[in-house]
Design a protein around this ligand. Structure first.
Ligand SMILES: NC(=O)c1ccc[n+]([C@@H]2O[C@H](COP(=O)([O-])OP(=O)(O)OC[C@H]3O[C@@H](n4cnc5c(N)ncnc54)[C@H](O)[C@@H]3O)[C@@H](O)[C@H]2O)c1
Ligand SMILES: Nc1nc(=O)c(N)c(NC[C@H](O)[C@H](O)[C@H](O)COP(=O)(O)O)[nH]1
Length: 227
């Protein structure tokens, strides 16, 4: 049992999700940011890796007052459960994702995480220990499902997204391609990590949607399940 997992990201026309210095770049236009807020508000959980927390310090909160009111009217927290995948418990207890906005947080760590840092995080979030060195994403998904997460939005970054594909945990990939060029051989891309090598490892996608949004293109793929 696991949540339905959909990845939502923005990348430049040349396939980068931020600069080589991992500084966040505004790739989405106003309409796409509005769309992102809507799908965030329709999710039970939203997940990022520690690399994204260190680079962007995102709060991952729902921005629209109407969408927050609608969540409250459904008896839900204003913001989805926020999840950080963070093997070594490097998330700062002062991070926006742990401090901004009401709602539940889970920080997923590995058994190798230093006890002191884990304890410091317990003040601000539920800490879930899954995995020996890295976070066991399959076990984490089961943990999130037991907490009522049915629809999980994954924002990134590239290392986490590849890890989720590698574990066969992605159901849908939504990519916004914005009208800018970032460049940089070391700039992050939507799927970083080790990467697949053999063609028979490549996840196969079925194109489910193509839409012009702002000055870019929104592509939606459904991940084909292994026969
Ligand atoms: N444009 C976008 O839509 C978008 C969205 C999110 C992040 N970003 C960018 O992505 C960059 C961060 O990406 P990143 O790759 O450095 O870090 P990340 O956010 O993907 O976090 C990866 C880290 O998570 C931890 N982790 C633990 N278990 C793991 C597992 N099983 N699989 C994978 N990771 C695991 C590891 O410490 C790993 O280094 C930033 O520059 C940020 O701006 C862009
Ligand atoms: N959809 C999208 N378009 C972009 O142009 C861009 N740069 C991101 N980047 C993802 C980033 O990690 C978080 O979405 C923001 O950091 C949100 O942060 P807040 O919740 O507003 O604090 N995402």
């Amino acid at each position: 049992m696991r949540p339905y997992v959909f990845v939502n990201l923005a990348m430049s026309a040349d396939g980068k999700i931020s600069t080589r210095e991992r500084r966040q770049v505004k790739i989405s236009g106003a309409d796409d940011f509005k769309r992102v807020d809507e799908i965030k508000a329709g999710s039970d959980g939203i997940m990022v890796g520690i690399g994204t927390v260190m680079a962007d310090d995102p709060s991952l909160t729902v921005k629209s007052p109407e969408l927050k009111a609608a969540r409250r009217a459904r008896g839900e927290d204003e913001h989805p459960l926020r999840v950080v995948v963070d093997s070594m418990a490097r998330t700062s207890p002062d991070a926006d994702i742990l401090c901004k906005g009401a709602g539940q947080r889970v920080v997923a760590v590995s058994a190798a995480a230093p006890a002191g840092r884990v304890e410091a995080l317990r003040e601000k979030a539920e800490v879930v220990v899954v995995g020996e060195k890295g976070v066991d994403l399959t076990l984490l998904m089961h943990e999130l499902a037991t907490r009522g997460v049915k629809r999980l939005m994954v924002e990134g970054g590239g290392t986490l997204i590849w890890g989720l594909f590698k574990a066969g945990l992605v159901d849908e990939l939504i990519t916004y391609i914005g009208s800018t060029v970032i460049g940089g051989v070391d700039a992050p891309t939507p799927a970083d990590g080790e990467g697949f090598v053999r063609e028979d490892e490549f996840p196969r996608l079925e194109l489910a949607g193509v839409e012009r949004v702002d000055d870019g293109v929104l592509l939606r793929w459904v991940v084909k399940k292994e026969e």
